[in-house]
Design a protein around this ligand. Sequence first.
Ligand code: PRX
Length: 635
Amino acid sequence: MSNYHIKSFEEYFQVYRKSIENPEGFWEEIAEEHFTWRKKWNNVLSWDFTKPEVKWFEGAQLNITENCLDRHLSTRGDKTAILFEPNDPNAPAEHITYKQLHERVCKFANALKSKGIQKGDRVCIYLPMIPELAVSVLACARIGAVHSVVFAGFSATALSTRINDCDAKMVITSDGSYRGTKTIDLKGIVDEALEDCPGVDSVLVAKRINSGIQMKEGRDYWLQSLLDDAYGDCTIEIMNAEDPLFILYTSGSTGMPKGMLHTTAGYMVYSAYTFKNVFDYRENDVYWCTADIGWITGHSYIVYGPLVNGATTVMFEGVPSYPDFGRFWKIVEKHKITQFYTAPTAIRALAKHGTKLVEKHDLSSLKVLGTVGEPINEEAWHWYNENIGKKKSPIVDTWWQTETGGIMITPIPFSTPTKPTYATLPFIGIQPALMDENGNELNDNQVDGRLCIKYPWPSMARTIWGNHQRYKDTYFSAFENMYFTGDGALRDEVGYYRITGRVDDVIIVSGHNLGTAPIEDAINEHQAVAESAIVGFPHDVKGNALYGYVTLKDSGESRDQDNLRKEINQLITDRIGPIAKLDKIQFTNGLPKTRSGKIMRRILRKIAFNEADQLGDISTLLNPEVVDEIITNVI
Ligand code: PRX
């Protein structure tokens, strides 16, 4: 038997060693024993980071949905696969069994086919957290269509950019969504986006809020009427190991969002294997990840990882604050949640409201707690450990990225001793390296550097859709023969890793990656704005918040500055989405620049951090005089 379920720290070390000494043999054994293949591979791994090109399980054939659904039908057919908790706390939860999910996915897959979707076509999914979102993802995978889920908080412009970039033929959406007490007109956003998307020829619309929306004749179809006509069985499309499974966009420090392409076999093996071990998943557990399927966390650890393992995975439609800040804990009690996986920003927001709402609920079902998306500060870690885990549920602080497809650095619960703010040790098969700025690997402990990965792992993204050169430049050019993560990290005296944050111009706000360039582009669209620069600054709930320095075309003194601030934030909301709004906007007469005209963000960051006394030598700037003015007017 292979080491599919690690149960002690000794075993972790033993399996880790095996996975490093003989990666191909190790992954071959895992793949062979725990997954359903239509044809076995000829070659476990071929790779070349200089191209870069990575192929896992070449020659193998499979369908990931056969692994998520069909193979469970005989043993787990009546077990709940998806447990849907609606926004309305008084509405009943929905238990969708593996049999029912299989049928719903098949019907949906047939509906996609009836609208001309074929293997290789891209389908954009813009849905709230309702079962149709998971079902549509799986339906695409079943017929070999490439899904590209766009988080339903993104604006029409952000949506159309992504649709056009991957050349999607179809959009799947709903008539609207619930968010606490609010409803959101998703179909209206899609309609607006599609004005700029000539390649989309059909839109499937799920009914959720029963709003009276416009349906465009010949383009828009009610999902339900297509499902009513669809057969409840749909044979799988046989996929090659390296066939695309999905594209998911993530922000870069400059330019367009990057469409990270994930392929089939390696992603399946790694997402499933990590799920099993990082959450110590056991057969009757009820696992809940609070992320949205619009992000990678939802792809790997709400949909694919849990379902491949035959787990019960919870989908929550609502928000942590509705009807009150006790909602999460109420759900934990109601469904006897065993694993709870969330973002530090949610923990901080809930901690702010004290422990009264926590104490009202029985949380004794919890076994493992997880965090993801950003560094967790010490205070939040302890609050989580004491009040939610009652000091008996290990916290797995999981570090990974959209690009990595699965969890990379993490404790194994009940095995790895945890340490607040540390993601601890590399997962099985992962070979991290810390590099200095000159490209040398730092081999000792008690060092900090840029975090890289030295060796391929099965679920790594294979390219940026339509722009392989950018993939190479972004991830494989900073350090020779290494994947560069964009993060800084330190390694302590025993080899534990602590992620210190981004070292590029990506800022993580409430666990969401935001590139500075697209936000600045949105601000610069305002007719009064000459130029702008965004930096992050510490925020007690969001981790980081955004600080914008904005230079106006005229001095701006005659303008209503509060109104300008509102207009700028509205532009950002329209172009990207409300998650990218600025917390602070300072109007300046100029931005500090190098003699070659580059904005010195380092200086702006220090000022926003209230560390203006640590600016160092600024005399070589092109315009040192603006710095004093900026410091004087800091918000
Ligand atoms: O900076 C790291 C941070 O989130 C980035 C990846 O963001 P994204 O692609 O949106 O994926 C988030 C969910 C996997 C990383 O480069 N990050 C993620 N997890 C952690 C983290 N920073 C510190 N600690 C973590 N546990």
